[in-house]
Design a protein around this ligand. Structure first.
Ligand code: PMV
Length: 328
């Protein structure tokens, strides 16, 4: 029996400028560019063991064997890597998230970034950051942004070769935190892969995409200049653009809960009174409240005082994917 294994760790990321809709859904080439921040305190750790004796891939999440259906997406992704290495062995995949998977925090970004590195390293495929980001993108679009460190931009590109993410500033460039107000732990009604397909059915999507380069440029500049006010207004507008598209898709995708709006209102009031805070929301009801890290405790406390908030998960800006060990 021959087995080759490696373990990698990756962080999820929160998008400041959102990716919603693909120009090529097979290759996950996005309809617009996006910008995000990695979340240091949250991570996925994945070990991949390629084993000639396995009859199929097997996937364990937090120690629990996952269904055929959930394993299929991983098998499909690993096939790209098996093709690169010209092997056919199946693998045993063991992933652990240190954050509740059911808390509605996107775990596919950290999952596929960690899987891309662990699987390629186990098979001795040397990939630079760009190639690894392209590979992770094939598993989940936003995963390509969890490969580089800190504040990251994903350039749209037009094909597999030029659609990848790169770092625009390291984590220590600006001490920002994401305080995630968890208001629902129910799984999403419609997952993002399905949601991306619906984006174009909204009459607003083309305008959203046409204006994206302007929003990207403002956001990038705000990060480079550590300009919180400018960052806050572009993050919120961009989030509303995405949710407007979701809400006007056919069928409509309505992710907000009453608590979502309640938190938005509070955050805007806090900012009006001088606290550096702004909100963004992914494909779910939870609200990500971005603040300067000096105010992380204060914001976490204020959010936890809102009765509809179940709990708050906070994180500073994080590093890119890293290889923890390798046995070949
Ligand atoms: O990578 P996906 O297919 O899970 O899509 C992510 C979509 C959003 O989280 C809503 C936006 C983003 O840019 O992360």
């Amino acid at each position: 029996m021959t087995s080759k294994s490696a373990t990698a760790k990756a962080h999820p990321n929160i998008a400041f400028i959102k990716y919603w809709g693909n120009s090529n859904s097979l290759l996950r080439i996005p309809a617009n560019g996006s910008i995000s921040m990695n979340l240091e305190s949250l991570f996925t750790k994945t070990t991949v063991i390629f084993d000639d004796t396995l009859p199929s891939d097997e996937f364990y999440l937090n120690g629990v064997l996952q269904s055929q259906e959930d394993t299929q997406r991983i098998t499909h992704f690993l096939n790209h890597i098996r093709n690169m290495a010209n092997i056919s062995s199946f693998a045993s995949i063991h992933s652990e998230n240190n954050f509740p998977t059911a808390a509605g925090i996107a775990s596919s970004a950290s999952a596929f970034a960690a899987l891309a590195l662990a699987a390629s390293a186990a098979l001795q495929i040397e990939l630079n950051e760009t190639a690894l980001s392209r590979l992770a993108r094939l598993g989940s679009g936003s995963a390509c942004r969890s490969v580089p460190s800190g504040y990251v931009e994903w350039q749209t590109g037009s094909c597999d070769e030029d659609s990848f993410a790169f770092s625009i500033a390291p984590p220590e460039h600006w001490h920002l935190s994401d305080c995630i107000a968890v208001v629902s732990s129910k799984p999403k009604k419609v997952g993002s892969s399905e949601g991306h397909e619906l984006a174009i059915s909204s009459p607003l999507q083309n305008s959203r995409i046409a204006d994206a380069p302007r929003r990207i440029s403002i956001c990038r500049q705000a990060i480079l200049e550590r300009d919180f006010d400018s960052l806050a207004s572009i993050i919120e507008i961009d989030c509303l653009w995405m949710h407007a598209v979701m809400m006007t898709s056919i069928p409509q995708l309505f992710y907000w809960a009453p608590a979502t709006l309640e938190i938005i209102t509070e955050v805007q009031d806090w900012r009006l009174h001088g606290l550096p805070v702004c909100y963004t929301i992914d494909a779910g009801a939870n609200v990500h409240v971005i603040t300067e890290s000096a105010y992380e405790k204060e914001v976490t406390f204020r959010l936890s005082q809102i009765p509809s908030v179940i709990h708050v998960i906070s994180s500073q800006c994080g590093r890119g994917v890293e290889l923890l060990s390798k046995i070949t």
